[in-house]
Design a protein. Structure first.
Length: 97
């Protein structure tokens, strides 16, 4: 599947792309757990989408990495589509820059 085909509320997303931009990470406390999140931009030949990276994934990936998202989920935040691996998905690094 390519990025241009992704729709809000879509689950079980399998997509591959390159991280073209990596935002600052931020940490916060939720339900007594320390969480870290960073927004990145994932791009393929069809377009790009905001990618939310959580916790360990924030440091596992960097700009220029080609990644595959398995069982991802597309949500919408402030009118913008966002892709995340979610609770049940995973992100795999295919190759480094």
């Amino acid at each position: 599947m390519n990025i241009a085909e992704l729709r809000s509320g879509q689950g079980n997303v399998e997509v591959t792309g390159v991280i073209t931009e990596m935002g600052e990470s931020r940490s916060f406390n939720k339900y007594g757990r320390q969480l870290t999140v960073a927004n990145a931009t994932l791009k393929d030949s069809s377009g790009s989408i905001k990618l939310s990276l959580w916790n360990d994934d924030v440091v596992r990936f960097k700009e220029g990495d080609t990644i595959a998202i398995h069982n991802g989920y597309v949500s919408e935040f402030q009118g913008e589509k966002q892709l995340t691996s979610g609770k049940f998905g995973s992100i795999e690094k295919i190759k480094e820059e």
